[in-house]
Design a protein around this ligand. Sequence first.
Ligand SMILES: Nc1ncnc2c1ncn2[C@@H]1O[C@H](COP(=O)(O)OP(=O)(O)OP(=O)(O)O)[C@@H](O)[C@H]1O
Length: 250
Amino acid sequence: MSRLLEAEDLHLSFRGVKALAGVSFTVSEGDLFAVIGPNGAGKTSLLNVLSGLYKPSRGKVVFLGEELVGQSPQDRVRKGLGRTFQNLELFRGMTVLDNVKLGAELAVGAYTDLLPHAPTEWRIRRWAEEVLDYLHLSPYRHAPAGALPYGLQKRVEVARALAGRPKLLLLDEPMAGLSLEEKQDLARFLLDARREWGVTLLLVEHDLKAVLELSTCVLVMSYGEVLYQGAPSGVREDPRVAEAYLGRSA
Ligand SMILES: Nc1ncnc2c1ncn2[C@@H]1O[C@H](COP(=O)(O)OP(=O)(O)OP(=O)(O)O)[C@@H](O)[C@H]1O
């Protein structure tokens, strides 16, 4: 599998607190790459560095062979690096469809097969409708996003990000606050999107059971450092992980 993203020796500090202390790893095309670790381990800081919200004091982020440090979050999205947030970042007063159309606008060159001769606005709408349908959100498309139950809002956020046709989608705790059934639904949608649209997924997640079941590769962080990168089957056996994250008895 070819390399999609490489993080090389990333460092980031907040007034003396080392959020990232030399983080390196590789995400390959097709991965479902999970980042786990205790509270304060640096997971969200890492996503913020990858998506361009924070600039690392040292290190490189290489995406599809191109160095990204210094490029804006918007440029990164246009290059295929999508993102969802830990706290929902939807436009609550806008309809579900309009939220997803915002995502689709970013990728208008990427779905040339849909209505190739139609005006751009039609093609954006058509693609947004397709993504909504795919995620079983069509019945809610005219509702204000902020009026939906939390689980559906999370799904709308994923739909908006997927509408941007990312090559790599960064998801910050997509399962947090969801019921078991909602988690299972979301996991299915993500796996389907990965298969159908070739989206590689990198997710920060606290639900260890979900991580170990779904992922192809796990990165375990603690105090801004990488403790483990490898197959999910090796996570529980790794002594450093057991000590730092799972508790010695795990
Ligand atoms: N904007 C900020 N200002 C100051 N300190 C910050 C900021 N963001 C993160 N930190 C600090 O950096 C460290 C890493 O935080 P980060 O939020 O990245 O961890 P995390 O693994 O995502 O934690 P959680 O699982 O609780 O979300 C913590 O010590 C945190 O207090």
